[in-house]
Ligand binder design. Sequence first.
Ligand code: UDP
Length: 328
Amino acid sequence: MHGITRKDRRAVLVAGGSGFIGSHLVDRLLQRTDLERLVVVDNLWTGSRQNLAHFDDPRLSLEVESAEIFATSQRFDEIIHLASPASPRWYMSDPARTIRANISGAFNLLGLLKPGGRFCFSSTSEVYGDPLVSPQPESYRGSVDCTGPRSSYDESKRCTEALLFETQRTQGLDVRVVRLFNVYGPRTRIDDGRAISNFISQALTTGVLTVYGDGLQSRSWGYVDDIVDGLERFFWRDNISYRGPLNIGNDYEVPVLEIAKFICSLVPGSSIVHHEPVPQDPTNRCPDLTLAKRILPGWEAATGYRDGIRQTLEWFQSQLAAPAAAQA
Ligand code: UDP
């Protein structure tokens, strides 16, 4: 703790810190020498205790509670709000809960911030809807159906962005907002349902990968380590005055079918079956990273999908083997 005075030591809250991206962020936060205490607030809807099980750090505590109702007399220097399901399967299963987690979560957490504290929020590329321009710059206002099947997620992220930027404008809130594009990697739930994790768990279990529609719809797949590098730099490490929104993702766009075929090539005996297309499934999505490259010089999501998927597959194999090993 050389050079860090008591007043510099930070109390940080991460809502959604037991989740996929949240727990990777907790890894990075615990490396900070100025961190005094780290409170993870997570209701374990899509998060998991297991994601934090490898930590043995007295500064870290887990509060099993929803972000929108968590109460404490403590106040925090930094709050990072990631408390939301991100997989369509999960957010569509309980849209009201998804809306509450994002919007009411933000309202409640804002009340726990010390005056002058920083509030960081993970918004989404879904604010661009089914985009009519590609790649999508932050200035693109999007093509979202506010009553469509994705609306609970898209619109609650958009509304939370509005809340935060308007609080910044009227009250000077120190805010940082990122828009994450598709992220995959270790610690995704086996039953998460998003494309890469679903294809991998299907390849390892039933052997049948379900591609919705013709699979020519495309996404830009970001490996979690690269994405969290960007978050760490933007949320606390670099000295940045820009508040966001900032696109964070990989800008190499790949069709879903190509991803499925690659996973089949890694798991002998697996095959693809096409299902009905999903209503309002965006046809494409790709970040314009011009701003990210200016704000975070040297940062890029450099891991190609082949390497990232190989690493994710290894992790899923270890997870699926674990219960059997425990029983043995
Ligand atoms: N997808 C698919 N099969 C699956 C899961 C997803 O074909 O088992 C497709 C989905 O229809 C979409 C793309 O993969 O076109 C990415 O879906 P995901 O749920 O990962 O994220 P989204 O970008 O749609 O939120």
